[in-house]
Design a protein around this ligand. Structure first.
Ligand code: DAH
Length: 332
């Protein structure tokens, strides 16, 4: 009996060590240690033995069981560690790997237009500033010479924010409040452009979005005239669109400029595109911002980016720009 036990143990040990997978090990453990195992049947055959021999054989069987169980546990630990290593290797991500450039994305059409506009103005000597999208009524309207309840406010379908006194806080309806932030935070001379996102309570259609983008320009210096404004916009037109484009100014009205004008560009095919507004900064605006209008003058302009970017690429529905369909966006 003792020899049988030793033989069972000696046969089993190398098989356990050679188990190649957790499944194989589980089956082997059942075979070697389960109810139908050779050790179990030896145990149930102990009855006829005399008490000393029975005790001796029983102890030997239990010891052999413990040895085999320990061998199974050790092999299981090895196989589990191996499986974990394999999983880590399979799921490994090389973050330094260079991806195929054809799979890379690119900037959105509006962002491209914004960056090109900034580049052209920086090339003309302007610097770039930004302001907040949630604004005070004073920055968006008050300081820009819109008296309270003035009908000119109706030009802007304003979205108000529930913050502070009713009507005191809003989503900026244009980038012009950034003019106010610039003028109240630094002394002239000022040559700046201010791009950004603006909001109006508008139903989306081919030419209107409730969220869109503008770029604002502001120049404040001594002896600035309307001719400087016209010259700057015409220089910009040629630098941005090409030498075969020209521009014109048409009389208009904005509370924060006097005189005010609409700025149109003329395409090489002779058609006109209205881009935005401009004018000489109103003395009331300079005064509201703490600048002496007797000493300083300036001009400002502001135009929409989205239509400009869209028309440059023959896109005729602004909504397409913002539906985020990659098949559409990847064309530009
Ligand atoms: N803020 C005006 C708008 O959104 C556009 C504008 C007109 C900006 C005249 C200006 C300006 O700076 O001088 O309709």
């Amino acid at each position: 009996m003792i020899d049988d036990i030793a033989r069972i143990e000696a046969d089993a040990a190398p098989r356990i060590a050679a188990a190649a997978s957790l499944d194989e090990l589980r089956a082997l453990a059942a075979e070697l240690l389960g109810k139908r195992s050779a050790l179990s049947s030896l145990k149930s055959g102990l009855g006829p033995l005399d008490p000393d021999a029975r005790r001796e054989a029983g102890t030997a069987i239990n010891r052999a069981r413990d040895v085999l169980q320990a061998a199974v546990n050790a092999r299981r630990a090895e196989l589990e560690a191996e499986a974990r290593r394999e999983q880590l290797a399979a799921e490994r991500l090389d973050l330094t790997e260079v991806t195929d450039a054809t799979g890379a994305g690119h900037l959105h059409l509006v962002t491209q237009a914004m960056e090109r506009l900034e580049d052209v103005f920086v090339g003309m000597g302007f610097t770039v500033a930004e302001g907040p999208e949630v604004e005070t009524d004073w920055h968006n309207f008050g300081a820009l010479n819109f008296p309270p309840d003035h009908p000119a406010r109706d030009m802007y379908d304003t979205l108000y924010v529930e913050f502070g006194a009713p009507g005191s806080t809003l989503l900026r309806t244009h980038t012009s409040p950034v003019q106010v932030r610039v003028m109240t935070s630094q002394p002239p001379p000022i040559y700046m452009v201010m791009p950004g996102r603006v909001y109006r309570q508008d139903t989306p259609d081919a030419t209107h979005m409730p969220v869109f983008h503008q770029i604002e320009g502001l120049v404040i210096d001594r002896d600035i005239t309307f001719a400087d404004l016209a010259g700057t916009l015409d220089t910009f037109t040629k630098a941005f669109f090409g030498g075969d484009f020209t521009s014109r100014l048409r009389p208009s009205y904005f509370p924060f400029t006097e005189p005010s004008a609409e700025y149109d560009i003329r395409r090489p095919d002779g058609s006109w595109l209205e881009l935005g507004g401009c004018g000489m900064v109103h003395p009331n605006v300079l005064t509201a911002c703490g600048i002496d209008p007797e000493e300083w003058q300036g001009f400002a302009f502001g135009f929409g980016l989205d239509r400009l970017g869209a028309s440059a690429h023959g896109v005729d529905d602004l909504r397409d720009l913002f539906t985020n369909d990659v098949r559409f966006l990847s064309q530009f």
